[in-house]
Design a binder for this molecule. Structure first.
Ligand code: ACO
Length: 461
């Protein structure tokens, strides 16, 4: 199969949010810490009876219904999530409920977990399946979803929630570029969830940021090397730089980190360049940083500031349009980077996107990270697959505007209720809530006038 990649993309986010400026006042921190310091505008959060199953059911149902797909046309479905609802049963098997009426049970794939990386692992698996001898000609669906919540304290404003479903197959408007992947994995305890009775992670904030930036450096180095060697085979000898990405999207724990990451990539280009011009242009005034080693710079505010300033325009052009969902809904964990992709597609014109290369950096604590790229198809004509994909995402800003704003105190109360019920798990009394949550979230997320095709019996919650 040719041009394997993403054909369609569906986004689900909660129907309510808190304003970060109000949260600053409520938390008693200095005004501007969350909004300017972290770059976050609003944070979406789930109601007490939503869970990972309801999020994923909703988003998959919508992908299939809005795309007028048949449930029989799907031969693989896998889920990337770190939101544990059961220690054995996968979210994937819950999603098989959606296939029941069609009779299609021949659907490969299961859940993948490592912090925010599971969605990317699932996407790679799905693309590999389509390119393999096991492929039976049908579509793959990749679902990523999470409920990102932190205990009260300095990490709480970096939460969020949501789910994204992607249709994967050949002749895609967003093609996964073959052979262009850089991965970095290592053992770290920067963010993890050792307490199975709590939804909250244990997180070492500063360490997690260092791990993220180190993984970015390593992935970019491998990606670049592979791109350069592909060029070399085609007789082209030149270094790969940020210029070779028209857009760059990142896993986005908070928007400020992404802006710093663009600066970090520029630092990589600068240190790799044989003789950069520091008298004029992009690298003007950066001569004092010339002899640095990447590994010595993770805590240097001076380096961070210099390269953030130098890369400001690059950030504005290549990355800023991708931060809509991240700044207004927060970190969704596994769907975070795919939310950036959706935002980019919603905010840029087809002409801007056609033929471009989108660099993508996915990071999951613990840690697993990859940089890869998507090539956007040249054909942006009305009715083309690219045009259809963009049209399906055009209402993203309006959908964000239509959410309900909730006061920080009510948000804190809902968090408390989740703490009290979380340990009940999916079995016992909670199983009613799972069904209720699933139907409930179908209904309240009816931004497109969406109605469930089928309804299970049971009381409404
Ligand atoms: N006005 C403007 N900016 C301000 C203000 C203010 N009044 N007050 C503080 N700031 C700035 C700070 O200078 C800092 O910016 P800088 O880093 O550019 O200097 C920024 O706001 C944040 O302030 P800190 O004091 O560094 O924040 P704190 O340490 O309290 O918490 C952290 C931030 C560590 C990110 C925390 O929210 C956290 O642990 N989050 C979860 C972990 C995380 O997301 N890690 C990222 C990768 S792993 C993952 O995806 C989960």
């Amino acid at each position: 199969p040719k041009d394997v990649g993403i054909l369609a993309l569906e986004v689900y986010f909660p129907a309510q949010y808190v304003e970060q400026s109000e949260l600053e006042r409520y938390d008693g921190v200095e005004a501007g810490k969350y909004t300017r310091g972290l770059g976050q505008q609003q944070m979406g959060f789930c109601a007490a009876h939503e869970d990972i199953n309801s999020l994923c059911l909703t988003v998959v149902q919508r992908l299939v219904e809005r795309g007028r797909l048949s449930w029989d046309a799907i031969g693989r479905l896998e889920v990337g999530t770190e939101t544990v609802i059961d220690k054995s049963k996968a979210v994937k098997t819950v999603l098989m409920e959606l296939f029941r009426e069609s009779g299609n049970t021949d659907v490969e794939g299961i859940d993948t977990t490592n912090a925010c990386y599971g969605g990317t692992a699932s996407l790679f698996n799905a693309a590999s399946w389509v390119e393999s001898s096991a492929w039976d000609g049908r579509y793959a669906v990749v679902v990523c979803g999470d409920i990102a919540v932190y205990a009260t304290g300095n990490a709480r404003p970096t939460g969020g929630a949501g789910a994204i479903a992607m249709l994967v197959g050949p002749n895609a408007p967003l093609v996964l570029e073959r052979g262009l992947r850089g991965t970095h994995m290592e053992h770290a305890y920067d963010f993890y969830k050792p307490d199975l009775s709590s939804e909250y992670p244990v997180v070492d904030g500063p360490l997690s940021i260092q791990c993220y930036l180190r993984a970015l450096d390593r992935c970019y180095a491998v990606y670049r090397r592979k791109a350069e060697s592909q060029w070399q085979q085609a007789g082209i000898k030149r270094p790969f730089t940020l210029d070779d990405f028209k857009f760059i999207i990142f896993h986005t724990p908070f928007c400020k980190l992404v802006q710093k990451s663009v600066g970090r990539l520029l630092l990589n280009d600068f240190l790799a360049a044989p003789s950069p011009d520091t008298a004029a242009g992009l690298y003007k005034g950066l001569q004092p940083f010339r002899g640095l080693k990447l590994e010595d710079t993770y805590t240097s505010k001076e380096v961070e500031k210099a390269f953030q300033t130098a890369s400001q325009e690059i950030f504005n052009q290549k990355t800023k349009p991708s931060l809509l969902l991240s700044s207004r809904n927060g970190n969704m964990y596994t769907p975070s980077m795919y939310g950036c992709l959706a935002s980019l597609l919603a905010q840029c014109s087809a002409q801007d996107l056609a033929g471009s290369r989108i660099g993508a950096f996915s990071y999951g604590s613990g840690l697993a990270a990859s940089m890869f790229s998507l090539r956007v198809s040249q054909d942006a004509a009305p009715g083309s697959p690219l045009d259809q994909l963009l049209s399906s995402l055009a209402d993203l800003p309006a959908r964000l505007d239509s959410r309900k704003r909730v006061a920080p105190q009510d948000f804190a109360d809902i968090m408390k209720r989740r703490e009290e019920t979380h340990h009940l798990g999916a079995g016992g009394s909670r199983s009613v809530l799972v069904v209720g949550g699933y139907r409930w979230s179908w209904k309240t997320s009816a931004v497109h006038g969406f109605r469930p095709a089928r309804s299970d019996s049971g009381a409404e919650s």
